[in-house]
Design a protein around this ligand. Structure first.
Ligand code: FS2
Ligand code: SF4
Length: 577
């Protein structure tokens, strides 16, 4: 196996024996097969659209494209059987699209194109074919693509595009569960996949970079769609202090990003008197009036995704992981752990793929069978999250752009009277690496007139810090904007500030400090590049898939700066124009 799509990749170069995430070589090969297959599928779908072909199964093909890309994201699905099924469905749909495309070419007299990098791989029908598929997957892995050292520069940019479209697909899939889709996003994904399935002509590096910037634009559309889908169905987020202590009663913990599934669970369990707590990227759920209205949304437990192995054992109820990030479950809690949607682990009970087929009953039974919390549980009893020197009583969330723009006049006044000198967006992903303490140290070292917007699970590096309030406005200097996809909200704040201050976004007193881990962060990074935001301070390490030539471009043309010493960087950022 070989995989280097995430930040924690082995020795910063690539996982080759087993994934640091726990991905086995067999699952890695199956994922490579699915990624290869979806590129070919996207090629035929794209070319068919170019010829104005009517796709009878367009919706199915588009949704399968999202499902396949999302499933191969880091820490989503480790279940071999699910990838065997996915590879077969991708191959089946590709076969249909290819037939339709060839017929359309004949109809309009066009010369049929071929996916020169992506031979169609037919998948045996028998369920016993997992071994065969694994062998097929070994032939279409990353090393096969990186085989020619002369093609390395454009290969790096092709990998970056591949990971960005995985991130976009994940966000688009989060909207899909809420019945929201955008044909433009599908069109871009098909175009990118067609490019990835075909040999480049001319300057492939330039073509790849141009598509990466387009990916950034498509990701803004995906995050915008998701924001809108949440705001429409769950209400506009507003500030809310989230309790961090258990309430007596049976309990369910929900992790991941799927707010729609959380709503369905709250609705199903409210009459049963089961308390529901959020974990990791679910913390922003408390900002939504349409979720807060459930009396059983009881509070929040724990820190970011990578702390689940130390936090889940202490949770005295059942646990549901939606989307990502899932890590290898321990036997102390695997019997009361459940997955839903794209996420999966072999042997862990999967309760459904979306609202149409989800069955909460096993989860509810496990919650009832577990001890739950009682009056004597004054806290959850787990160790403090990484880097936290104080344990706050509550965490305030819900500072999306609509809440902040409601206070825009006040904030602009505070800028003018010198109480606010600079904005910082500090967020993204969290992870195991010790270097991620940089983000805590940086924020702790910022000038007292700084305002920090944080988002994504990277917020757990900073959200325990008390930065006080802006003057006597009561507005905190540290604002939790939401999940990683709410980078969209941070961008809206920047755009509105630029308008209010009558300047370009690039001229705002704004520093962007991203922590990346998985592929959604790559999509967000490309969105920043598309919007012309720079410099972007990126860490804790630069992506392994970025080849030296691509890195040179990113640094010189796009202003990406690797993070350094927190105190030195804080001083430099404060002094920046
Ligand atoms: Fe955090 Fe993991 Fe949000 Fe990422 S919970 S690193 O996939 O999507 O951020
Ligand atoms: Fe390694 Fe990350 Fe790939 Fe997992 S997803 S195998 S940790 S590079």
């Amino acid at each position: 196996m070989f995989c280097f799509q995430c930040e924690q990749t082995h020795k910063g170069r690539g996982c080759h024996k087993i994934g640091v995430c726990g991905k086995t070589p067999r699952v890695a090969a199956l994922q490579d097969l699915v990624v290869h297959g979806v590129k070919v599928m996207g090629f035929y779908a794209h070319e068919l659209h170019q010829l104005g072909g009517l796709l009878l199964d367009d919706d199915d093909a588009n949704r399968l494209m999202l499902e396949a890309l999302f499933a191969t994201l880091t820490n989503v699905n480790f279940d071999e059987a699910r990838f065997v099924d996915l590879a077969s469905r991708v191959a089946g749909t590709t076969e249909k699209l290819k037939t339709e495309y060839l017929a359309r070419c004949a109809q309009v007299g066009a010369v049929a194109k071929t996916p020169s990098r992506g031979a169609f791989i037919s998948v045996p029908k028998e369920t016993s074919s997992a071994d065969v598929l694994v062998e097929l997957g070994k032939g279409v892995g990353i090393l096969q693509r990186f085989g020619d050292p002369n093609s390395q520069s454009s290969e790096g940019v092709r990998e970056m595009l591949t990971y960005a479209i995985k991130g976009i697909a994940a966000y688009a899939d989060h909207s899909l569960v809420n019945n929201r889709e955008d044909p433009e996003i599908y069109a871009f994904l098909r175009k990118a996949l067609a490019y990835l399935a075909t040999e480049g002509v001319g300057d492939d590096l330039a073509a790849g970079l141009a598509l990466c910037l387009e990916a950034g634009k498509a990701n803004v559309a995906a995050m915008s769609l998701l924001y809108d889908s949440h705001a429409t169905s769950l209400g506009v987020p507003s500030p809310h202090a989230v309790p961090l202590k258990p309430k007596p009663g049976k309990a369910i913990l929900v992790s991941g990003h799927d707010l729609v599934l959380l709503k369905a669970l709250l609705e199903a369990t409210e009459p049963l008197g089961i308390n529901v707590y959020t974990h990791g990227e679910m913390l922003p759920a408390h900002g939504y009036p349409g979720l807060r209205k459930y009396s059983n949304l009881a509070g929040h437990y724990g820190g970011a995704w990578m702390r689940q192995s130390v936090e889940f054992p202490h949770f005295k109820g059942a646990i549901l992981v939606t989307t990502n990030c899932l890590t290898e479950p321990h036997d102390t809690y695997d019997s009361r752990l459940f997955t839903a949607g794209a996420v999966g682990w072999p042997g862990v009970a999967h309760i459904g793929n979306d609202l149409s087929d989800v069955d909460f009953s096993p989860l509810v039974r496990a919650a009832i069978d577990a001890p739950g919390f009682d009056q004597s549980d004054v806290d959850f009893g787990h160790p403090d999250p990484v880097g936290q020197k104080r344990r706050p009583e509550s965490l305030t969330v819900g500072f999306g752009h609509e809440a902040l723009l409601g206070a825009a006049g006040t904030i602009v006044d505070e800028i003018k009277n010198g109480n606010v000198t600079r904005f910082y967006v500090v967020g993204g992903c969290d992870g195991f690496e010790g270097q991620r303490s940089y983000y805590t140290d940086l924020v702790a070292n910022l000038e007292p007139t700084a305002v920090v917007l944080t988002l994504g699970c990277g917020k757990y590096r900073v959200n325990h810090l008390d930065l006080g309030t802006i003057g006597d406005t009561g507005i905190p200097r540290l604002l939790d904007v939401g999940q990683c996809n709410d980078a969209f909200s941070a961008v809206q704040v920047a755009l509105a500030l630029a308008q209010a201050l009558d300047c370009e976004v690039k001229d705002l007193p704004l520093s962007i400090v991203l922590s990346w881990f998985e592929q959604k962060a790559i999509a967000v990074l490309l969105s920043c590049l598309h919007l012309g935001l720079k410099p972007i301070h990126l860490g804790p390490a630069l992506p392994a898939f970025v080849t030296p030539e691509v890195l040179h471009k990113l640094v010189t043309d796009f202003g990406i700066v690797p993070i350094g010493d927190a105190a030195v960087d804080a001083k430099a950022m404060a002094a920046a124009p």
